[in-house]
Design a protein around this ligand. Structure first.
Ligand SMILES: [Zn+2]
Ligand SMILES: [Zn+2]
Length: 646
């Protein structure tokens, strides 16, 4: 008797496809006893992709039912959802999106089967005569990168109505899909938005409309996802930056270039001060370098060969002409620096170095400029000008394992001090097709990074072949308060720059040796880390980072002078404190302080004044009354010093 994959793995809707001898296929695929058949669960990464891509078919069917003139583009699954592209005369309106979702639900409920059919190129071409973009895919435009074609054979999937047996809709696709639309719960699907796009992502091609949707194994999963999106929106650093008056991006300055306002400036200064202190204790030496340099330096470093696209264009300076228009002096091209490394190398090589000076750790808050494409510029997380907490470590080969170990501990400790506690590490190893340095050097450095990483007892992921051509790297990925992963610190070994700059030191035997160079930035950039912390804390910075740590709230005007005395005591201990002397009523003052997410409110009325006390109101709304002023000051100073989270 012939059997299919579904007979082996069962027809429970929590299984959407099967892995047959290692390849993921439809559940309707025939199998024999000798085949290895494993279930693909709906909630596995592969299962989710199948669920979402199948939903994309349903979305396309819905669109063509409502807009028969719509021509189909491509419809892949993406992170958390799917999209499908259409050539339509008009962009979709919000009402259109609602109507599409409604139509999708009705298709899902009808339980249409996804039925696979192998077609010849000639048959596919005549069948898809009305779909110009699909024809182009058959004609191999887009190649095997899209999921419509690129399998061993061309296939069309028919959506078949289970009652009438009629084919309702068809699409060129290599699959796989769920067996029928009942596998996609109608209350776990949502049309999210639409936006303009280009055929195959190329601006030279036709402009299309991309419809985005999301699909989940259950209603609860969808609900959790929508709550997460709302929470992310509430925490968006661009929004909080404006609400809390921290920074802005004035149009007059240009895209991706932020200015920090006084309150954002305070947070930034505290972040920097603490980092400086830790680096000082960690044996770093502080250096400074200019923002612009002659092209020569980036020719030497190689950046102009492989990084020119990320740099602002050259400024041609210092050329001189005589009265006849003849060139008297050639002048030179200057560039804004996208990286600090070449400058630090010049500091290393400014004089002879001895092994006694190693490891040499050069640190700088170095501001760099990178010409990010306008499409990718995003708030402080992807800016065009930013300040790296950048360091370059020069050490001997023998020192490298110890230095990497120490460095990783330093990085993680520092990130924990700022309140991030959930990490995993990623080790990027050599790509054999594209690397400088010997196999041996790579093996040694990679092994040292691996040992350092494993000692941390953290989740550890291997990014095989993912290293840059110049050396292996560890990156620290941190999860924030709502579970999003941010790439934070990188520790990068570099075999190339010491060669290009001919860096040397004198060994204990008197020979000239090349040092190992390690690049590392812990925050990535101050601006980006600022954004990550702002989103992580949803604007409610812990006391040590909060721009205003205490607001004094007098119950009436009679208590203003008293609270000002309390404020002076706090200020004398370095606490950032304000007294609200506005004409607002007390309740309004409390609401204002809540809005600015200040950690401590100190309220004072007649009783407090008589007792020499104040009343605390904390950020969570709890209150503590009649606290003697000295105790209140001590509590706040302690919380700041200990960098507690409240
Ligand atoms: Zn498909
Ligand atoms: Zn560097």
């Amino acid at each position: 008797m012939s059997q299919t994959a579904v007979d082996v793995v069962g027809s429970d809707r929590s299984v959407v496809a099967a892995r047959i001898n290692g390849e993921i296929k439809d559940l309707a695929t025939p199998v024999s006893d000798s085949d290895q058949v494993e279930p693909i669960a709906a909630d596995s990464p592969e299962g989710l992709a199948i669920l979402r891509h199948s939903s994309a078919h349903v979305a396309a069917q819905a669109v063509q039912k409502l807009f028969p003139e719509a021509k189909l583009g491509i419809g892949p699954p993406i992170k958390d959802g799917f999209y499908y592209e259409f050539d339509v005369p008009e962009p979709f309106t919000p009402e259109d999106l609602k109507a599409i979702e409604k139509e999708m639900v009705s298709i899902l409920k009808s339980g249409q089967e996804f039925r696979r059919r192998v077609v010849s190129e000639a048959d596919a071409t005549s069948e898809l005569a009305g779909e110009p973009y699909k024809l182009r895919l058959i004609g191999s435009e887009g190649g095997s990168e899209v999921m419509e074609v690129g399998g061993a054979e061309l296939t069309i999937y028919d959506n078949v109505d289970p009652k009438s047996g009629e084919v309702c809709w068809s699409d060129l696709c290599r699959g796989p899909h769920v067996p029928n639309t009942r596998y996609i719960p109608p209350n776990a699907v949502k049309v999210m938005r639409s936006s303009a796009s280009y055929w195959l992502g190329d601006q030279a091609n036709e402009s299309l409309q991309r419809l985005y949707g999301t699909a989940w194994p259950s209603k609860d999963d969808l609900k959790a996802y929508l709550t997460f999106l709302e929470e992310a929106e509430r925490r968006d650093h661009r929004r909080l930056g404006a609400e809390l008056d921290l920074f802005s991006f004035p149009e007059e300055i240009g895209s991706g270039l932020a200015v920090f306002h006084p309150k954002g400036g305070v947070v930034r200064r505290v972040m920097e001060d603490y980092s400086r202190k830790r680096h000082e204790e960690g044996g770093y030496e502080f250096v400074n370098s200019p923002h612009i340099t002659k092209a020569q330096l980036f020719e030497k470093s190689g950046h102009l060969d492989w990084y020119a696209e990320g740099m602002y264009p050259a400024m041609h300076l210092d050329a001189e002409m005589d009265a006849e228009g003849n060139v008297r002096r050639q002048g030179a091209d200057y560039y804004l620096k996208p990286m600090n490394c070449p400058m630090h190398n010049l500091i290393f090589s400014a004089r002879g170095r001895s092994y006694r000076e190693l490891p040499l750790r050069l640190f700088e808050f170095g501001t760099v400029y990178r010409y990010e494409k306008s499409g990718v510029v995003q708030g402080l997380t992807r800016a065009r000008g930013f300040t790296q907490d950048d360091a370059h470590i020069y050490c001997t080969k023998e020192q490298m394992p110890g230095e990497l170990d120490r460095l990783l501990t330093f990085v993680l400790d520092l990130l924990r001090d700022y309140g991030l506690t959930d990490f995993y590490l990623e080790l990027s190893t050599r790509n054999p097709d594209k690397s400088v340095g010997t196999q041996e050097e790579w093996a040694e450095a990679t092994e040292a990074l691996r040992i350092a990483a494993e000692k941390q007892n953290l989740e550890f992921v291997l990014d095989e072949g993912g290293a840059a051509f110049y050396g292996p790297k560890i990156s620290v990925q941190a999860k924030d308060a709502i579970g999003r992963t941010w790439q934070m610190s990188t520790i990068q070994v570099d075999f190339q720059l010491p060669q290009r700059f001919d860096l040397e030191y004198q060994s204990s035997e008197g020979t000239r040796e090349r040092p190992i160079m390690i690049h590392r930035a812990l925050f990535g950039s101050i601006e980006r880390f600022f954004a990550v912390l702002l989103e992580h804390y949803a604007g409610a910075f812990p006391p040590w980072l909060a721009p205003v740590q205490v607001v004094g709230i007098p119950i009436t005007d009679d208590h203003v002078a008293y609270l000002q005395q309390v404020a002076e005591k706090l200020a004398a201990r370095g606490v950032r404190v304000e007294v609200d002397t506005s004409d607002d009523r007390m309740q309004k003052k409390i609401r204002n302080a809540q809005r600015t997410k200040v950690p401590y409110m100190l309220i004072a009325g007649d009783e407090d004044l008589a007792a020499g006390a104040v009343s605390f109101r904390y950020r969570d709304g709890t209150q503590k009354n009649g606290v003697p002023v000295e105790e209140a000051v001590a509590e706040i100073v302690q919380a700041v010093d200990d960098r507690v989270q409240v």
